[in-house]
Each structure stands twice: as C-alpha cells, then as structure tokens.
Design a protein around this ligand. Structure first.
Ligand SMILES: Nc1ccn([C@@H]2O[C@H](COP(=O)(O)OP(=O)(O)OP(=O)(O)O)[C@@H](O)[C@H]2O)c(=O)n1
Ligand SMILES: Nc1ncnc2c1ncn2[C@@H]1O[C@H](COP(=O)(O)OP(=O)(O)O)[C@@H](O)[C@H]1O
Ligand SMILES: [Mg+2]
Length: 185
C-alpha cells in the first residue's frame, strides 16, 4: 500500500530556480518544465516571483566578495523567476547534471545538450539554479517556501508520490498525490 509509512524514503527534495533570462521567455520555460517532467521529477510546489535586490543578496551571500557577486544579484533581481521544489531519487545531483556546468561559455562546447548548454546566454545569465547539497536544499526551500514543512512532507506526502498516483495540476504547476482517504471505494 502507498500509505505504508514504514517504507524507506526514496525521494530527495531540491530547490530549482529558472532565472530571469529564461523566465521572460515562456516557450523556453515550457521546454524546461517538460525536461523536468521527462526526467522523472515531481513538482512539489511552484512560485512565480520577483526577488528584491536585498533578497537576492541574502540568497547568494556565500558568493559575497566574488567578482561576479554584484552582477549576479542585479541579474537575479532584474525580473521574474520561477522557484520549484522538485522531488526525485537523487534529485540534487540529477537536477545539477541536467542543468550542466555553471559556466555557459564553456558548457556550450563541453555539454551542449544540457539545459545551460542549450539555453544559456552568459556565465551569469545561465538559466537555472540547483541546490548543491541536502543541507543547502532545505535552507533554500525554506527561503522561498517558508510555509513548507519538509518533515511533515516526508511523513504525510512522500509515500504517495508514485507516477501512477499523482495528477499534474498545470495551473499550480504541481503534482498532487491522491491519498487513499480521498479515493472513493
Ligand atoms: N574578473 C573576471 C571578470 C570576468 N571573468 C569571466 O569573463 C567572462 C565574460 O565576462 P563579461 O564579459 O563580464 O560577461 P557579460 O557578457 O557581461 O555577461 P554576464 O554579466 O551575464 O556574465 C565570464 O566568463 C566571466 O566569468 C573572469 O573570469 N574574471
Ligand atoms: N565566473 C563567473 N562569471 C559570471 N557569473 C558567475 C560565475 N560563476 C558563477 N556565476 C554566477 O553565480 C551563480 C552561482 O554560482 P555557483 O554557485 O558557483 O554556481 P551554480 O549556480 O552552478 O551552483 C551562477 O549560477 C552564475 O549565475
Ligand atoms: Mg551554487
């Protein structure tokens, strides 16, 4: 049964962002959302938002002092973005793998079929973000989705996320699991 909470946890959560360079191009956003689904990710939650400059500073504070920091936070607060909580086995590594390496001017040669290789503009305007560790994933999810309770999600929702047991809501861009209590016998 899907509701057997004694099952080992299979899904990992990660925070994905579609940055302002692609968020302003709806057909590319659609392509990337399709790539995400084709790669077996579930959309757990989605937001379309515009970061204030101070929020972008906070989000990228680990890069404070680097030569690209100023252009990075200017860019990240220059327009709307998409933030997604994604779930999958090995979600963190797999999302970073299909994004491709950070530096677009190299990636267009080394990994041209990755998301950054296909759609990236420059090393800063490189399409997307992905958490780089489980600890940062939880931190970044909390940054964009303070109302999301990961512990509760693992307890109450994760066991229901099976391909045959979710429906995709294109309005909210989220996979909705069907719980047995919702099912009519
Ligand atoms: N001190 C610097 C400045 C720049 N670069 C590199 O130089 C390249 C081009 O930088 P730049 O021309 O500033 O990029 P832009 O075309 O302005 O695009 P963006 O601001 O989106 O990065 C990038 O690979 C960047 O990583 C670098 O290695 N060291
Ligand atoms: N050398 C660089 N030149 C310009 N922008 C950069 C450079 N390195 C990183 N950035 C920007 O800063 C973001 C954060 O950098 P980093 O965390 O190192 O990469 P990633 O996004 O792949 O985890 C990158 O996605 C990119 O937008
Ligand atoms: Mg990073």
């Amino acid at each position: 049964s899907f509701s057997d909470s004694a099952e080992p946890k299979k899904l990992q959560l990660t925070l994905a962002i579609l940055k302002p360079d692609v968020a302003s191009r709806p057909h590319i956003v659609e392509d990337i959302h399709d790539i995400i689904q084709e790669n077996g990710f579930f959309f757990v939650a989605t937001k379309h938002l515009h970061l204030r400059r101070a929020d972008a500073e906070e989000f990228y504070k680990e890069h404070h002092g680097k030569f690209f920091h100023n252009r990075l936070v200017n860019f990240m607060s220059s327009g709307h973005i998409w933030a997604h909580i994604l779930a999958r086995e090995d979600a963190i590594a797999h999302w970073r793998k299909i994004m491709g390496p950070t530096k677009v001017f190299r990636t267009i040669h080394s990994d041209p079929h990755t998301i950054r290789g296909r759609f990236g503009l420059t090393d800063t305007r490189n399409v997307c973000h992905g958490s780089d560790s489980p600890k940062n994933a939880l931190k970044e999810i909390a940054f964009f989705f303070p109302e999301f309770n990961a512990e509760k999600w693992y307890r109450e929702d994760e066991p229901y996320y099976h391909p045959e047991n979710v429906s995709f809501c294109s309005e909210s861009l989220a996979h909705i699991p069907v719980k047995s209590s919702d099912k009519k016998n």
